[in-house]
Ligand binder design. Structure first.
Ligand SMILES: *Cc1c(COP(=O)(O)O)cnc(C)c1O
Length: 434
């Protein structure tokens, strides 16, 4: 399969090129030249397939022969090393738990797949790939744990001192020798600037083969469609019809992956996009202009995005047909007060502790149900484990959060990090000494 830039359909590149140069020069985003259709038999017999088999079929439809079948199968199996269960809350309400991977957030799917795809291509070229990432929390953990122990790769992760949660810091600092955490005495923006400068620095590029692991990489998107199929499978096994998916959204990668699954033939009744106060998409779907804004800080901070990078992919998938989009997608936005109340309500009503991102989705599910009464199954995607955000819960709820075994395992491991100032000279010196 070839991939084109959303800004220029006439130029297409190989999968490998789209993975390593994730940003086309024309500033568009890569998309597959065509969306492969899975045949009807695939959906009819979906309950006979495992998560890994579904993932392989979907990946194969996009990647074709760019990675040999045996290798692709291994990559998918290693990516899907944990479950993504659909959990029932009440009558027709479900959550799809995407937080059972090593970093306890759904970004594990993308990061684990991307790391192994990159490793596969690098090993062919016999180079060590240097991945540089700046993180404000969730992405870094997924990337660190995704690349941990992956041959031919080395990851350098910069995070702002004192700005990530204890669990997040543990995930960044307790990995194997190919993962290097750097605590920067500065802000997340400082971290991003340091990474950007390094990418443009000829001295560094002479020494190291650099690549970025950012969220717009097409190899992070493809594996996210796996779990939509797998959720459908779990519902189908229980005799439940085509669901409504509610997706808590920031950069809209997760929703894009759901729409890819839909275009491939997955029967979905409707999509609901749920945002926090960063509501550029809900306003657009309500008929206003598309008007990106600076990000507003909220308690669901992994969704604090004022100018969602994947929105151009969604427009492209629908040939810029805003009416078609509005028929399939409804969007709602909720502020922090509503989110706090929702976390308490889900706990009171269903005995369930939802992270703030999941709570935003749950609110959207409630609103959609009240505006469209039906007994359709509504599945809210649960994107992170609540233990990653302890500060947002009132003490009695916090005390009830079960810390998963993987976090306890991390605590037993040796922690290592390098502390640097926010000056570029220090960071460059560090990289040049690799
Ligand atoms: C990244 C993230 C989101 C937002 O996902 P997008 O694909 O950027 O829309 C939601 N919840 C959590 C926990 C995240 O880490």
């Amino acid at each position: 399969m070839k991939f084109y830039s959303t800004n220029n359909k006439n130029i297409s590149v190989s999968f490998k090129d789209a993975v390593f140069n994730s940003l086309p020069k024309d500033k568009g985003l890569y998309m597959p030249l065509s969306i492969p259709k899975l045949d009807a038999e695939f959906i009819e017999n979906i309950s006979n397939r495992s998560f890994q088999e579904l993932g392989f079929e979907v990946a194969k439809a996009f990647i074709e022969d760019d990675i040999p079948e045996q290798e692709l199968k291994r990559i998918v199996d290693e990516t899907l090393s944990f479950e993504a269960p659909v959990v029932k809350l009440d009558d027709d309400s479900y959550v799809l738990e995407l937080f059972h991977g090593p970093s306890l957030a759904f970004k594990d799917f993308g990061a684990r797949f991307m790391s192994r795809v990159m490793a596969y291509f690098s090993q062919q070229n016999e180079v060590t790939l240097d991945v540089l990432v700046a993180t404000s929390g969730d992405t870094g953990g997924a990337v660190a744990l995704g690349f941990d122990g992956v041959p031919h790769t080395r990851v350098t992760i910069l995070y702002p001192k004192g700005k990530v949660s204890p669990v997040q810091e543990l995930q960044l600092c307790s990995n194997g020798p190919n993962i290097q955490a750097i605590e920067v005495d500065g802000t997340f923006d400082d971290c991003q600037d340091l990474v950007k400068k390094a990418f443009h620095d000829p001295d560094i590029n002479k020494r190291l083969t650099l690549t970025s692991a950012n969220s717009i990489n097409i190899s992070r998107l493809i594996p996210q469609s796996f779990y939509y199929f797998n959720a459908y499978r779990q519902l189908a096994i229980n005799g439940i019809d085509d669901p409504v998916f509610v997706v808590p959204s920031g950069n809209f990668g997760n929703l894009t992956a759901g729409l890819l699954a839909y275009k491939m033939g997955l029967p979905v009744k409707h999509f609901v996009a749920a945002t926090n106060a960063n509501d550029v998409v809900p306003r657009f779907l309500a008929g206003q202009d598309y008007d990106p804004q600076p990000a507003i800080q909220t308690i669901s901070n992994a969704m604090d995005v004022g100018n969602p990078s994947n929105w151009s992919r969604i427009l492209d998938l629908f040939d810029h047909d805003a009416d078609g989009l509005k028929k399939l997608i409804t969007a709602y936005s909720f502020n922090d007060d509503a989110t706090h109340v929702a976390m308490e309500q889900i706990f009171q009503k269903d005995g369930y502790i939802a992270c703030p991102h999941t709570a935003v989705a749950w609110l959207a599910a409630q609103q959609y149900r009240s505006e469209h009464p039906s007994d359709d199954a509504i599945v809210s995607l649960s994107t992170a484990h609540p233990c990653k955000f302890p500060d947002v819960f009132p003490a009695p709820m916090r005390a009830k959060i079960n810390t998963p075994e993987v976090v306890n395992d991390l605590m037993g491991k040796e922690q290592s990090k390098v502390k640097l100032s926010n000056s570029y000279d220090d960071f460059k010196g560090f990289l040049m000494a690799y």
